[in-house]
Ligand binder design. Structure first.
Ligand SMILES: [Zn+2]
Length: 274
């Protein structure tokens, strides 16, 4: 039984601002320690639930946040950047996925650091006509590999959004957003306890009744509205894109995997200008 964990930072209890997530600051050192402990709680729950293998994918920013010497000894770690499958690198071959420390999609009110893949570039992101958060698109890539998502943790809006698209998923709300940069945070000890319990419960549920992988219809149409026209100007250099208006383009792919890889390329292009 292999459990895959994609770990982000914004949804960890205590995180309320980008300032806490800037590398080489005292706040960042504390932030990754809090992230590590929520990840380790998920690993511990998975191991108690019978996981023989746990793979953690560091999925925030430049993706080398988690200090490996503090990681739960039963887990392995994917660290570093660039990864073709980004936040879901390594999901293929797992039995069950957990999303830890996730955040809500761009435009969500009262949700910490709401964004979809790039706070500076993406105004809106949709797949097959529906707004997709990182939870949704990452769950769809996991679904492409036949891997269901059993646990999502993050702020209240994040888990609300997860429950809509992933029926039966277990969730842990780490905090309740007040605005984009303020939240009522639960105590980390309580959050970790619940993450461990829910992780273990997810494995039991997986064995007893299973979870449905999240699948999107193929072919897949992705529509991205960028923050500025210049970003769309460079993004449309990628063959296969179609410009709809000043800031919006669409990309059609045979499946979510192809679209996900195109998304990574489009974001690299978009980040090159402002
Ligand atoms: Zn992040």
């Amino acid at each position: 039984m292999k459990v895959y964990i994609s770990a982000d930072l914004e949804g960890i209890s205590g995180m309320v601002s980008w300032d806490q997530m800037k590398e080489d600051t005292p706040e960042y050192t504390k932030a990754v320690e809090l992230m590590l402990k929520e990840v380790n709680a998920a690993v511990e729950g998975a191991v108690k639930g019978g996981a023989s293998e746990v793979l953690v994918n560091d999925s925030h920013g430049y993706m080398r946040n988690l200090p490996i010497e503090g990681l739960h000894p039963k887990a392995n770690l994917i660290s570093g950047f660039i990864k073709p499958l980004s936040m879901v690198q390594g999901a293929e071959g797992a039995d069950l996925a957990f999303f830890i420390g996730y955040h809500a999609g761009v435009g969500t009110r009262a949700s910490i650091c709401d964004h979809s893949y790039s706070s500076g570039s993406v105004f809106r992101l949709s797949i097959n006509g529906k707004d997709f958060s990182e939870t949704a698109i990452n769950a769809a890539v996991c679904g492409h590999f036949g891997v269901p998502v059993g646990l999502v943790t993050g702020d209240q809006e994040t888990v609300n959004q997860a429950r809509v698209i992933l029926p039966g998923v277990l969730t842990v709300a780490t905090k309740v957003g007040i605005t984009r940069f303020a939240a009522s945070c639960r105590h980390p000890l309580e959050v970790r306890k619940e993450i461990e319990e829910k992780a273990q419960a997810a494995l039991i549920k997986f064995k007893e009744e299973g979870f449905q992988p999240f699948l999107v219809e193929t072919p897949v149409t992705m529509e991205i509205t960028f923050m500025q026209t210049a970003k769309a100007d460079v993004a449309e250099l990628l063959p296969g894109t179609e410009r709809l208006d000043g800031r919006t383009l669409i990309y059609r792919g045979k499946d979510i995997l192809e679209v996900y890889r195109a998304l990574q390329a489009l974001l690299f292009l978009a980040r090159s200008v402002s």
